[in-house]
Design a protein around this ligand. Structure first.
Ligand code: NAD
Length: 467
């Protein structure tokens, strides 16, 4: 028997051993790989894969994650470039950093912490088990980052995944999903642990949400899609929109605050949902802060007529103009008919009143409004109003510990960054793991493998305590 025949024999034996449960519960007959013509076949295939994966040891999960980390790493520059080109949003350099963070800093199975209680009457074990097939909806703003991050988290927790990629990022998403599926298959011999359809549409997403083999939905996107999921009757891990304010008081280190704000708000042209969307500055340091932000590459527009022109192109009918979401400052200035400085600015800044649409609307553009307030208390009240109980993200620059504590406590955001750029909140240049699914309305916060596990209790009576 030659090598090919031997390999084929092993595969047949493995398939025979591992598929009975799958064929019993799945209506699927023919099984393509990773990319399917229809939603039902894709989910059935992922479900069959899950039933096999459930029997695999933890070391198989770890091996898959290690292989994803190793084999996707060389693809990151291309992934970032393709995502920027296909969506027409953000920039390749920052997308490289975002994808790298997702790949390197999303926790694996070590995140699934077991806890135990023991006493005279026995032992109780709390452990995370998989849910089954998770339906993961990814946004256009972080398309590949979300797929990488969710793949690692959800596979670590023992699930299979049906992805609903954003139609606007279809090609790069399908390529990545196929690649991850192939890596998982090569590592463990199970096909279709990660699947999607060849034509991701809104209708396909709706169908997926109603499918009886989808155990849990993880939805990363705007309010429309998150609310649609919440009506599905399934468990939903909902990662919705934000509008992160950044509060700066008079005790802040102004130069550092300015540098951090420009870095965070300009990152990937302000596409990240966590990026600074407004600055609320105490009056006595506002001028100095603005001056420093200009030093770090922000371009201030002061003429009221020019600000009005900018507002008109950026915000239309009370919402961000999709045509300018994630565009560069130069493109936005051009669209507004405004001159662009010879040295391309990193960020556009405008000083506006508290109720300006620039402050109230989540723009996802490198146009940052600055609002002046009399003092910290007034600033905090405004920050609460701007964040609007989305429970997403807020930043604060201050050296006053009790004020930092008060703001962190009252804001009730999933992420609160003190004295750093917004991306510190997802573990970039700061402690903590990376996630691109920050579950806001449903309250799981910064998601990781354990978010995608079912917490179960296993009880042994009489003994097993060694104390
Ligand atoms: P979006 O809501 O336009 O799309 C998100 C996803 O939902 C896409 O996959 C899209 O195909 C799907 N979708 C959208 N409308 C749909 C519909 N009617 N039916 C079926 N599917 C639908 O979001 P986007 O523009 O891609 O992303 C930006 C939004 O996502 C922002 O509001 C941002 O704050 C938010 N976001 C949140 C997080 C988080 O972790 N909380 C992360 C990234 C983005």
């Amino acid at each position: 028997m030659n090598n090919t025949e031997l390999e084929s024999l092993i595969r047949t034996i493995l398939t025979e051993q591992l598929t009975p449960a799958a064929t019993e519960t799945s209506a699927c007959t023919s099984t393509p790989v990773a990319l399917f013509n229809d939603v039902d076949s894709a989910i059935c295939a992922a479900h069959a894969a899950f039933l096999r994966y459930q029997d695999a040891p933890l070391k198989t999960r770890s091996a898959i994650i290690a292989a994803i980390r190793a084999e996707i790493a060389p693809c990151i520059p291309e992934l970032a470039e393709r995502a920027a080109t296909e969506t027409g949003m953000g920039n390749t350099a920052d997308k490289i950093l975002k994808n790298k963070a997702a790949l390197e800093n999303t926790p694996g199975i070590e995140d699934l912490k077991t806890t135990a209680l023991t006493g005279d009457e026995g032992m109780v074990l709390f452990e995370y088990s998989p849910f089954g097939v998770i339906g993961s909806v990814a946004p256009s703003t972080n398309p590949t980052e979300t797929i990488i991050n969710n793949s690692i988290s959800m596979l670590a927790a023992g699930n299979a995944i049906y992805f609903s990629p954003h139609p606007g990022a279809k090609n790069v998403s399908l390529w990545l999903i196929s690649k991850i599926e192939e890596i998982a298959f090569k590592t463990c011999g199970i096909r279709n642990l990660v699947v999607t359809v060849k034509e991701p549409t809104f209708e396909a997403t709706q169908q997926m949400m109603a499918h009886n083999k989808i155990a849990v939905l993880a939805i990363t996107g705007g309010p429309g899609i998150v609310n649609m999921g919440l009506k599905s009757g399934k468990k939903v891990i909902g990662a919705g929109a934000g509008n992160p304010p950044c509060l700066v008081d008079e005790t802040a280190e102004i130069v550092k605050a300015a540098e951090d704000i420009v870095a965070g708000a300009s990152f990937d042209y302000n596409l990240p949902c966590i990026a600074e969307k407004s600055v609320i500055a105490v009056d006595c340091i506002a001028d100095q802060l603005i001056q420093q932000m200009r030093e770090f590459g922000a371009y201030q527009i002061t003429d009221p007529q020019q600000i009005a022109q900018l507002r008109e192109v950026c915000i239309q009918k009370g919402a961000a103009n999709k045509a300018l979401v994630g565009k560069s400052p130069a493109t936005i200035l051009e669209a507004a008919g405004l001159p662009c400085p010879a040295k391309a600015p990193r960020l556009i800044i405008v000083e506006v009143p508290a109720d300006d649409p620039f402050v109230v609307v989540e723009q996802l553009m490198p146009v940052l409004p600055i609002v002046r307030v009399d003092n910290f208390e007034q600033g905090l009240q405004l920050a609460l109003k701007v964040e609007d109980a989305l429970h997403h993200t807020a930043m604060m620059h201050s050296q006053n510990v009790s004020r930092l504590n008060k703001a962190a406590h009252l804001m009730q955001t999933s992420i609160f960054v003190k004295n750093g750029p917004s991306y510190a909140g997802i573990g970039v240049g700061a402690e903590g793991f990376t996630t691109f699914t920050i579950a806001t309305p449903t309250g799981e916060g910064t998601t990781s493998a354990r978010t995608f596990g079912r917490l179960r209790r296993c009880v042994l009576t009489n003994g097993f305590s060694i104390r």
